[in-house]
Design a protein around this ligand. Structure first.
Ligand code: WT7
Length: 654
C-alpha cells in the first residue's frame, strides 16, 4: 500500500451512523447485537450450536458442535446430517412455492423468472440426470458456465445428490480449466455453448473441448447448455445437450442427506505458488455462514430483491448468489453480462426495472462506473434500493462517498464486507442497523468472529493505527476445511505462521481507536486485479511457458479502476528487444498470458530487461521491482546487486 492511500485512510474521519428509519425496522438492532456479542463471548461453541439448530433444517440433529481433536482441521456439527439443496428449496415449497427465486437477465436483454417451485423441479431433473450417469455422493463435477440460472441449478443439483461441485469462472482459459478438472479428478463437466460478454461471444464449449483434448481423463461426460446459440461440435458418446440429458427425468429427486462435514464444493483460488489451491468447504458449516450472514449483514427480508453482481465462478457468487439468499428464501437477480453494456447505465437500469432493494458489488465496478459521471445513475429511479454492499478489496473513500451519494442517495447504509474464499462467508462487516460506518473500513467483526491484528511475533497489536497481520483466533463454522488433496499446504498456508494458534488470512490491516478494521492489502504475493485474486507466481509461470521467455517477475502497481494492475519484468532468451520490436513482442506476450490463464490475467505493463535484480542467494528483489513499477523512490540497499546499471533499464530508461 502506498503512503498516499495510508494517509487518505488515516485522514478519513467521517462517520455515518445507521439511518434511524433503517434501524427501526432492522433484523438486528443495537440491543440484539449486544446480546449476540455477549453470548458468543460467554460460550463460543454454544453460540454457534444454537444458531445452527435455529437457522438450518436438519435431517438428523447434531450433538457435537465443535470437534477440535485434529485442530487446526476443525470439524463442526459432526454427527448431524443435512442437505444443502433441501435447505435452499424444499423448505420454501410449502409456504411460498410461487415466490420468485431468480430473476435472470441476459446481456442481450432476455428476461426470465423462476419460482422456487420451478427452480426445485429443474434442480431435481438435472440431479436425476447426473444420477443416471452414475454420479453420486463425493463425485466431483466441474461447472464452467455463464451467469445463467442453469449455473445455480447445476450447483444445487450436485448438492442434492451429495456430489461436490467445483465452479470454474467462465473467463478462465482452457488451460486453467484443465488444471482444475485434473486436480479435482472430476467425472462430469457442465458447460454452455457460449456466453455473451460486452457484446462479444465467449466460446465456452470450444474451451471445454480444448481442455478435454489436453487430458482430463477422469471426465466421461460433458453436459452442454444451449444458451448463446453459437455452433459447437458435439462428440458422440461424451457430449450431451442439457435439454436431452434432463428430458424425461422426473422433477422430484430425494435429497441425499450427508454428514455435516461432507464437502459441498471445491473452489480454486490463487496463492503464493504457481498452483491454484482447491479450497474445500463443508456442507453444514458453509451453509450456516452463508445464510446467517445474508440475514445479518444484508438485513434480508421477505420482500427484498437481492442483487449480488458477482459471478458464480467466485466465492461471492457461491455465498451470496446461490446458497445464502436461496437458503433465506430471497428473490435474487442474476445478470449475464458486462456492467457497461450497452452503456454505463446498465446496472442502474436493471435495478430500476427489477426493483432491486439490496445491491452488492465490488469497488472496481463502482470506480469504473464513477468514471462515466454521476448524471448516468441520476437518470434512473433507484428509490427501491435500501442497502448497498461492497466486497473484494478495500474500497477507497472517494468511491465509497460516490456510491453512497449517487446510488444510495444518502439514504442507504453501506456494508463493506471483508471475507475470503477461505472464510466462506463475511466475517467483518457493519451490521447495517447498528454499526456506524466509516468510508474505507469494513468496521467490526460479526458476532462469533474473533478477529485481531498481530505483529511478527503473534502478539496482538493494540496501538491504534499500527499495522499487522489480520488473524482469526477462534474457529468458525464456514471456515475452509482443507485444501483438496494437500492438507500439508492447508496447514502451512493458514496456520503455521503463528504455531497453529490463529488462522492467518494473508492480509495486513490496522485497527483505529474505535477498534475498526482497515484492511491495507495482501501480505503475500497475491494481487487483487479488478477484485479478482491472482498469484504473481501463477502469472510468472504462464510467461515462462512461452519458449522464448527466459525469466519473468510480476508485481502489482496501483490502478485507478482495477485497484491493482499487473506489471511484468521479462527477460527474453537472446537479446533484449527494444523499440518497435519490444512493442510488438509485449503485445504478443500479453495475449499469450491471457490465453494461458484467461483474460483477467492479461498483463497491463511489460518491461524487458537483460536480467532481474537478485540477492546473492538468487532471490528476486521484489520490493525493488514493486517500487520501480509504482514510480517510487528506491529505499532499499542496492549495493549487493550484481549489476546496478540494471536499475536504469528496469525503470525504462536504459
Ligand atoms: C481477499 C480475498 C470476499 C469475497 C471476494 C474475494 C480482499 C475482500 C475485502 C474488503 C478489503 C477485501 C482481501 C482478502 N478483500 N473483501 N471488504 N476490504 N479487502 O474473495 O478472491 O478469496 O479474496 O480479498 O485481501 O484476503 P477472494
Amino acid at each position: 500500500m502506498t503512503n498516499k492511500t495510508l494517509d487518505s485512510i488515516l485522514l478519513e474521519g467521517r462517520v455515518f451512523p445507521p439511518p434511524a428509519a433503517f434501524t427501526a425496522r432492522a433484523r438486528i438492532r443495537p440491543a440484539d447485537h449486544e446480546r449476540l456479542l455477549a453470548e458468543a463471548q460467554r460460550d463460543h461453541e454454544g453460540f454457534w450450536g444454537r444458531l445452527a439448530r435455529e437457522t438450518l433444517a436438519w435431517h438428523k440433529p447434531f450433538t457435537v458442535t465443535l470437534d477440535g481433536a485434529d485442530a487446526p482441521n476443525f470439524r463442526w456439527f459432526t454427527d448431524g446430517e443435512i442437505n444443502a439443496a433441501y435447505n435452499c428449496l424444499d423448505v420454501h415449497l410449502k409456504e411460498r412455492p410461487d415466490k420468485t427465486a431468480i430473476i435472470f437477465e441476459s446481456e442481450p436483454g432476455e428476461v426470465r423468472a423462476l419460482s422456487y417451485r420451478e427452480l426445485a423441479a429443474q434442480v431435481c431433473r438435472l440431479a436425476n440426470a447426473l444420477k443416471a450417469d452414475g454420479i453420486g455422493a463425493g463425485d466431483r463435477v466441474v461447472i464452467y458456465m455463464p451467469m445463467v440460472p442453469e449455473a445455480v441449478i447445476a450447483m444445487l443439483a450436485c448438492a442434492r445428490i451429495g456430489a461436490v461441485h467445483s465452479v470454474v469462472f467462465g473467463g478462465f482459459s482452457a488451460h486453467s480449466l484443465r488444471n482444475r478438472i485434473e486436480d479435482a479428478g472430476a467425472r462430469v463437466l457442465i458447460t454452455a455453448d457460449g456466453s455473451h460478454r460486452a457484446g462479444k461471444l465467449v466460446e465456452l464449449k470450444a474451451a471445454a473441448d480444448e481442455a478435454l483434448a489436453q487430458g482430463c481423463a477422469s471426465v466421461g461426460k460433458l453436459i452442454v447448455l444451449r444458451h448463446a446459440g453459437n455452433r459447437v461440435d458435439m462428440r458422440p458418446g461424451r457430449d450431451v445437450w442439457w435439454s436431452d440429458a434432463v428430458a424425461g427425468q422426473p422433477d422430484h429427486c430425494a435429497p441425499v442427506f450427508v454428514p455435516s462435514e461432507h464437502p459441498l464444493f471445491l473452489l480454486y483460488t490463487s496463492g503464493s505458488t504457481g498452483r491454484p489451491k482447491g479450497i474445500q468447504h463443508a456442507t453444514a458449516g458453509f451453509l450456516l455462514g452463508a445464510k446467517l450472514t445474508t440475514l445479518w449483514a444484508f438485513d434480508l427480508r421477505d420482500d427484498d430483491v437481492f442483487w449480488c453482481t458477482a459471478d458464480i465462478g467466485w466465492v461471492t457468487g457461491h455465498t451470496y448468489v446461490t446458497y445464502g439468499p436461496l437458503a433465506a428464501g430471497a428473490t435474487v437477480v442474476m445478470y449475464e453480462g458486462a456492467p457497461v453494456h450497452p452503456d454505463a447505465g446498465r446496472f442502474w437500469d436493471i435495478c430500476q426495472r427489477h426493483g432491486v432493494t439490496i445491491f452488492y458489488t465490488a469497488p472496481t465496478a463502482i470506480r469504473a462506473l464513477m468514471k462515466h459521471g454521476e448524471d448516468i445513475p441520476a437518470r434512473y429511479d433507484l428509490s427501491k434500493i435500501r442497502l448497498l454492499g461492497s466486497v473484494g478489496e478495500p474500497i477507497n473513500p472517494e468511491a465509497w462517498i460516490w456510491y453512497q451519494h449517487n446510488i444510495g442517495r444518502g439514504r442507504c447504509p453501506i456494508v463493506d464486507t471483508w471475507w475470503q474464499t477461505e472464510t466462506g462467508a463475511t466475517l467483518i462487516a457493519p451490521l447495517p442497523g447498528v454499526v456506524p460506518t466509516k468510508p474505507g473500513s469494513c468496521t467490526l467483526p460479526l458476532p462469533g468472529i474473533d478477529a485481531a491484528i498481530v505483529d511478527d511475533d503473534g502478539n496482538e497489536v493494540t496501538d491504534p493505527n499500527r499495522g499487522g497481520f489480520l488473524v482469526i483466533r477462534k474457529p468458525w463454522p464456514s471456515m475452509l476445511r482443507t485444501i483438496w488433496g494437500d492438507n500439508a499446504r492447508y496447514l502451512s498456508t493458514y496456520w503455521a505462521r503463528f504455531g497453529n494458534r490463529y488462522y492467518v488470512a494473508g492480509d495486513t490491516a490496522h485497527r483505529d481507536r474505535d477498534g475498526y478494521f482497515w484492511v491495507m492489502g495482501r501480505a503475500d504475493d497475491v494481487l487483487k486485479v479488478s477484485g479478482h485474486r491472482l498469484g504473481t507466481a501463477e502469472i510468472e509461470s504462464a510467461f515462462v511457458a512461452n519458449p522464448r521467455v527466459a525469466e519473468a517477475a510480476v508485481v502489482g502497481r496501483p490502478h485507478e479502476i482495477k485497484g491493482e494492475a499487473i506489471f511484468a519484468y521479462v527477460v527474453m532468451k537472446g537479446a533484449r528487444p527494444t523499440g518497435a520490436q519490444a512493442g510488438a513482442l509485449a503485445a504478443e506476450l500479453r495475449e499469450w498470458v491471457a490465453r494461458e490463464l484467461g483474460a483477467i490475467a492479461r498483463p497491463d505493463d511489460i518491461r524487458f530487461a537483460d536480467n532481474l535484480p537478485k540477492t546473492r542467494s538468487g532471490k528476486i528483489m521484489r520490493r525493488l521491482l514493486r517500487a520501480i513499477a509504482r514510480g517510487e523512490a528506491i529505499t532499499e540497499d542496492v549495493s549487493t546487486l550484481e549489476n546496478p546499471a540494471i536499475l536504469e533499464q528496469l525503470r525504462g530508461e536504459g
